[in-house]
Design a protein around this ligand. Sequence first.
Ligand SMILES: CC(C)(COP(=O)(O)OP(=O)(O)OC[C@H]1O[C@@H](n2cnc3c(N)ncnc32)[C@H](O)[C@@H]1OP(=O)(O)O)[C@@H](O)C(=O)NCCC(=O)NCCS
Length: 131
Amino acid sequence: MNVRCGTDIVDVSRFVKKIEDGNQSFINKCFTESEIEYCNSTKDLNRKAEHYAARYAAKEAVGKALGTGLMSEGVGMHDIEVVNDGRGTPGVKLTGGALDHAKALGMSSISISLSHDGGVAIAYCVMLVEK
Ligand SMILES: CC(C)(COP(=O)(O)OP(=O)(O)OC[C@H]1O[C@@H](n2cnc3c(N)ncnc32)[C@H](O)[C@@H]1OP(=O)(O)O)[C@@H](O)C(=O)NCCC(=O)NCCS
């Protein structure tokens, strides 16, 4: 059993600007419907941007843990989806190219943690793999 990890940090103001500009095509390209629903569940612009930035960081962190990065080797933005349970704890659902790479690594477990404060959002990913 091996451990793989990945991390990423994102400037929240990037997402404030995307939202203010009404750049919905960027949002749709990066995030799934349920991620968008979660991020838009608050009316507060900065909170909204923090949720988006944290999810963007999570996708990058998972891409790093997979070893593929994001938008490369068949791993698309929607293939890595952040899901929150009833307590708010984030988890990750892999599909498509991301799932294929995870299976090739013999992944048995994946976990993420998110945080946002002071204008930045960070994400950390840990996965257990056979290879
Ligand atoms: C969950 C908690 C640790 C978050 O800490 P925080 O400093 O407020 O916020 P951070 O920016 O560091 O983290 C926010 C992220 O934590 C994650 N999170 C939320 N609840 C979580 C939980 N139960 N377990 C793990 N992660 C959690 C989420 O991913 C959230 O980001 P998202 O909403 O964009 O998905 C904190 O709110 C807490 O302890 N809550 C439960 C108890 C409570 O509500 N107490 C009242 C405090 S006054």
